[in-house]
Design a protein around this ligand. Structure first.
Ligand SMILES: NC(=O)C1=CN([C@@H]2O[C@H](COP(=O)(O)OP(=O)(O)OC[C@H]3O[C@@H](n4cnc5c(N)ncnc54)[C@H](OP(=O)(O)O)[C@@H]3O)[C@@H](O)[C@H]2O)C=CC1
Ligand SMILES: O=CCCC(=O)O
Length: 289
């Protein structure tokens, strides 16, 4: 199976590498073209524009930073829309809001192409290991045709119905994650400021009802003030912002998520946006100094 891949950031690079290792022919494009070099060394072909990738491949996956990037790659000059047509499928796995996904769906299907959204849960390591959780929605036949690729990229693929449902589900999952990360950060800082060992706190949490891979995976490095980016903080704040907008639309009061969003905004204003989202603990420390 031959696939195109647009966007080689932390996730896109790991996902496209995984497809290559599992026997897929992959044609890549990235805005900063030099980021394609490593993939080419592993057997990928490269194109200079998204339109060229779409022209070459029956199926193209995108993994881009945010709504504005997802829209620009489709609608701008040399973008996806210039070559999408009947017989071609576009699979956007970026985390965006439902409105963005619906706009892209309308444009793609208006040209005779097929579209699904497929945002993912899971970060850099699950992407490298093919252990993502795929939250797909849209054209059912395209979803089924994408299963061989999804089985390489992920451990489970959900089909959630109409376009927009995947985006909404993903934002809800990440809203919960961002709120949890804030509560966790406050606990670690409070333990430390109260004269307790935050490493011991991790051991205690790990033995009880709140044990989870996020606390277990990120806690030790947070206690060392180390935040190598797996999931960039700026993207987590984007997801909180989009989830809060979904709350607005549905008149759901979400004070916990709103407070978490403020902490992520504070962390961005401190210049921490490109670090891992666990760096939000620095905003908690800052507010207590
Ligand atoms: N990292 C993670 O753990 C996870 C991330 N996600 C989501 O996946 C998506 C990608 O995340 P991640 O790989 O971490 O992000 P990165 O910031 O590492 O990569 C972002 C990608 O988007 C491209 N891009 C940004 N703006 C534009 C634009 N205007 N036009 C074209 N391309 C653009 C970048 O290109 P360039 O290299 O030129 O800057 C890069 O390829 C995001 O939506 C994120 O929320 C979902 C699950 C987990
Ligand atoms: O969107 C990013 C999700 C990160 C994760 O699920 O660990």
């Amino acid at each position: 199976m031959e696939v195109g891949f647009l966007g080689l950031g932390i996730m896109g690079k790991a996902m496209s590498m995984n497809l290559l290792k599992n026997g897929f022919k992959v044609t890549v494009w990235n805005r900063t073209l030099s980021k394609c070099d490593e993939l080419v060394e592993h057997g990928a072909s490269v194109c200079e524009t998204p339109a060229e990738v779409i022209k070459k491949c029956k199926y193209t996956i995108a993994m881009l930073s945010d709504p504005s990037a997802a829209l620009s790659v489709v609608f701008d000059k040399d973008g996806v829309l210039e070559q999408i047509c009947e017989g071609k499928g576009y699979i956007d796995m970026s985390t965006v809001d439902a409105e963005t996904s619906l706009k892209i769906n309308e444009a793609i299907t208006g040209k005779g192409g097929r579209f699904i959204e497929g945002p993912v849960s899971g970060s850099k390591k699950p992407a490298e290991d093919g252990q993502l959780i795929i939250l797909a929605a849209g054209d059912k036949a395209l979803f089924e045709e994408s299963i061989p690729a999804f089985n390489v990229l992920g451990k489970k693929s959900f089909y959630l119905g109409q376009v927009g449902n995947g985006a909404k589900m993903k934002l809800i999952v990440n809203m919960i994650m961002g709120s949890m990360m804030n509560a966790f950060s406050e606990g670690l800082v409070l333990a430390d400021k109260s004269g307790l060992s935050s490493d011991t706190l991790l051991d205690i949490l790990d033995l009880g009802a709140m044990t989870n891979p996020m606390f277990k995976g990120k806690g030790p490095s947070m206690n060392k003030s180390s935040y190598p980016p797996a999931f960039p903080l700026k993207h987590q704040q984007k997801d909180m912002r989009l989830a809060l907008a979904l709350g607005d639309e549905n008149a759901v009061s979400m004070p916990v998520a709103a407070a978490a969003n403020e902490a992520f905004k504070k962390a961005r204003s401190l210049g921490l946006g490109d670090l891992d989202f666990s760096a939000v603990i620095e905003a908690v420390k800052f507010s207590r100094e």
